[in-house]
Ligand binder design. Structure first.
Ligand code: CTP
Ligand code: CA
Length: 229
């Protein structure tokens, strides 16, 4: 719902939000990365602060977004750095939101010097799994802490977007999962839904197409409801 004045329903609540995309280095000048802009995570942090929360924003790479007003900003480059920052910030938090696009894999070794080309073909890049930060945070969560995950799903021949998302919510064990349908040519995307908000109690509601700030408001409405329970 659009509002003239934002509610102050997060007054004093400690909130930790991760945002942006991690970059996993191959050597001092190269990395594996992803296309995350960081905008949704920054909008969540800004909106929470406007609603009275004390916000720590753990930011991986973004498209150069400025720090939102009234938010503590911590930078994290790689998945491992982001993991450390989240574990440091989360224990006293009432709400933890994993909006960051965390690389699932990193190069197994990080060359000390720039990798030079030679006359022969290069070695294949060997990859190692990164820790699942959201699953770790769920495993060590404080009593009453609300944990929110994100999922971008394309669906495939086996399952549609919502089926994948329901399975992911169960697997991750978080309280809320924000689901974005991505990819082209899906009937799903011609509807007025930008996504879905799934809750651990089985609740499912569409998030209407709108700005990232609007989507952030819908997410905080759902979180505020959970906190009040
Ligand atoms: N996430 C995380 N640590 C990772 C990978 C993902 O904390 N190493 C978090 C993301 O921040 C997001 C949620 O987990 O909140 C879901 O991410 P997603 O990539 O959709 O799920 P995966 O479990 O990595 O599954 P897949 O990429 O195979 O769909
Ligand atoms: Ca992933």
């Amino acid at each position: 719902a659009r509002r003239d004045a934002l509610p102050r329903d997060l007054e004093g609540v400690r909130v930790v939000v991760s945002a942006g995309g991690t970059r996993e280095p191959l050597d001092p000048v190269r990395y594996l990365g992803n296309r995350s802009s960081g905008k949704q995570g920054y909008a969540l942090a800004r909106t929470a602060a406007q609603r009275g929360a004390r916000v720590t924003l753990v930011s991986a790479h973004t498209v150069g977004l400025p720090a939102p007003a009234g938010v503590d900003l911590v930078h994290a480059g790689t998945a491992e750095e982001l993991r450390d920052a989240m574990h440091a910030a989360s224990p006293n938090a009432g709400v933890v939101v994993m909006a960051a696009a965390v690389a699932d894999f990193r190069p197994s070794t990080r060359a000390e010097y720039k990798i030079k080309k030679t006359d022969s073909d290069p070695d294949p890049v060997s990859l190692t799994r990164n820790p699942d930060i959201l699953a770790e945070l769920v495993a060590v969560r404080a009593p009453g802490q609300v944990i929110v995950g994100f999922a971008a799903e394309t669906g495939d021949s086996n399952a549609d977007v919502l089926e994948h998302a329901r399975a992911k919510l169960k697997r991750k064990g978080c309280d809320l999962l924000v689901v974005n349908a991505v990819g082209e040519g899906r009937a799903f995307e011609t509807e007025d839904n930008a996504g879905w908000l799934l809750s651990a109690d089985g609740g499912e509601r569409p998030i209407e197409l709108g700005s990232k700030a609007h989507m952030a408001s819908d997410i905080w409405d759902a979180v505020a409801q959970l906190i009040q329970q």
